[in-house]
Design a protein around this ligand. Sequence first.
Ligand SMILES: O=C(O)C(=O)C[C@]1(C(=O)O)C=C[C@@H](O)C=C1
Length: 306
Amino acid sequence: MPRIAYFGPSGTFTEMALAQFEKDGAFDGPVERIAAPSQPAALDRVRDGVVDAAVVPIESSVEGPVPPTMDALASGERLQIVAETELDVRFTILGRPGSTLGEVRTIRAYPIAAAQVRLWLERNLPDAVLESASSNAGAAEDVAAGLADAAVSTALAGERLGLSTLAASVADVDGARTRFVLVTRPAPPPAPTGADRTAVVLQLSNEPGSLVGAMSEFSTRGIDLTRIESRPTRVEFGTYRFFLDCIGHIDDTAVAEALKALHRKHTVRFLGSWPAATPGGKRPPSDVEASEWLRRITAGEPDGGK
Ligand SMILES: O=C(O)C(=O)C[C@]1(C(=O)O)C=C[C@@H](O)C=C1
């Protein structure tokens, strides 16, 4: 049975994302779910071979990148993203049974969750002290242990721990979604579907124009970049890594050519090509017609007039 780590403890959105991958048939059969205390810990278990894969959150439509995931993918042994799924994110405010919202003096939240309910907290719990928790389900465990009065959490965590719902469907931004990825040790990427995403991390040489030059490897080939993030290298002040996502698969000639061109000049970490959960954006141009033209002219045949 495959062993799959996830950012836990049990009851996180990340566990729901793993359940979604299971439902979508990402694994051959049942899996053993293994909770990890953080995203880097989940990914290290993949590196150590303790688990076959890990599920981690990577991007929120409200808060953007999930930094611990990005940093853990950029350093250490290379891992590869093989699938993604997206979930609607609405939080449940949990308290101990019998408690009310009016009694809440301290509330715990995972920072990325807190940022998604800031306005709600200002309006509904203006005097409560906000404290940091290790995850959404970790916040609920803290309430169950008596460390805080309330948690910004999930309904699933509330059910598991027998807590009361003080407020349901809490979100500052309607339609908020988070994207989660399934990560394995390096392996041949899943076959192209025509609606794929490719991700790399670039370590650019510190020269004028190197970022523009890297971007132009994509733009001149008609490749649609869907995300650009920078994170400090943490080695030298003022040096950054760039995370780039584009539409297309490494089997698409345009994408492969762009990555080869980047590799010639910079350090490129390939994070994978995998099917996009919500197809969109412009596919890279096909290479079929141009290759056929090249074949004709090198075979001494008429060039087709184009
Ligand atoms: O999986 C969880 O429940 C988490 O605590 C993580 C996480 C995240 O890091 O984005 C997941 C979804 C929400 O966007 C808020 C928090």
